[in-house]
Design a protein around this ligand. Structure first.
Ligand code: BTN
Length: 277
């Protein structure tokens, strides 16, 4: 850890009452290429369930579908959690959905007045803008799931974005200042602690009861279900109605030709949201 990182183990652990989330290894750095990448290396060296890596600035942050994830120094909350869940490999994606619910709860707790929605599978939106992206990467040991690294990039205190993101991205503070121009900057350690507390309870419930444990909460917060969507599948692009989520976390879509599709991953745009009309 370097002393330049405002997020220190002390500030994160103060008052944290989890059993496993944030315990084990807790790595805080001023700058890292990618918290996902670091935790993946540590997972291969047997780092325990619940280990966390967090940094002020990522220089080679990874987004979904090979995209980059840009993080300005000191303003966003950029971290990854190492999970060793008792889940079938086919259900590993549920860790992303669990993290989306945990971030939603943390925002609800720390940011009065904000109402985040989950755009399947891994984005959180506030109004028309994205405030959070989640990237899970898994590793196998033979036929079983060895680890899942779930990385979260949450726009917290940014008040401006690079030109290419300015009509797509929003931050928690930016949205709070719409209602209250004097809203103070948010404490990222408080947000992270709240996330870890909720992630632990959602993951524990997931291991016991599967997606049913948080399906209704996920669906109630969904920006996708019940909406017209455009699916960019590897072989074709099609539109349809998002019907729901199956037990593996896949999206069920009824195409305009009447056929039902199960979308495991890929790019799904929601009509009326983030530029798709
Ligand atoms: C996306 O929306 O494309 C997912 C973005 C995920 C970004 C986070 S930031 C912390 C973690 N480390 C990474 O390199 N990526 C994830």
């Amino acid at each position: 850890m370097t002393d330049l990182c405002a997020l220190t183990p002390e500030s994160i652990l103060a008052g944290l009452s989890t059993r496993w989330a944030g315990r084990g290894m807790l790595l805080c750095a001023r700058e890292l290429p990618s918290t996902n990448r670091l935790l993946k290396e540590l997972a291969k060296q047997n780092a325990p369930h619940g280990s966390v890596a967090v940094c002020d600035h990522q220089t080679a942050g990874k987004g979904r579908i090979g995209r980059r994830w840009e993080t300005p120094a000191g303003e966003a909350l950029t971290f990854s959690v190492l999970l060793r869940p008792r889940l079938e490999p086919l259900k590993a994606q549920l860790c992303t959905l669990a993290a989306a619910v945990a971030v939603t709860r943390a925002i609800g707790e720390c940011c009065p007045g904000l109402d985040p929605r989950i755009k399947w599978p891994n984005d959180l939106v506030l109004g028309q803008g994205k405030c959070c992206g989640i990237l899970s990467e898994m590793g196998m040991a033979g036929n079983t799931l060895d680890y899942v690294i779930t990385g979260v990039g949450l726009n917290v205190n940014q008040l401006s974005f690079p030109r290419e993101l300015e009509d797509k991205a929003v931050s928690l503070l930016g949205e709070m200042r719409r209602a209250d121009p004097a809203a103070p900057a948010l404490d990222r350690a408080v947000l992270l602690r709240s996330f870890l507390t909720h992630m632990e309870s959602v993951m524990d419930a997931l291991e016991t009861d599967g997606f049913e444990a948080f399906r209704s909460e996920y669906e109630a917060a969904s920006a996708t279900i019940g909406r017209q969507v455009q699916v960019l599948a590897p072989a074709e692009t099609y539109t349809g109605l998002a019907l729901g989520i199956d037990d593996t976390g896949a999206l069920l879509v009824r195409r305009e030709n009447g056929r039902n599709e199960t979308v495991l991953c890929g790019d799904v745009s929601v009509r009326g949201l983030m530029g798709y009309v």
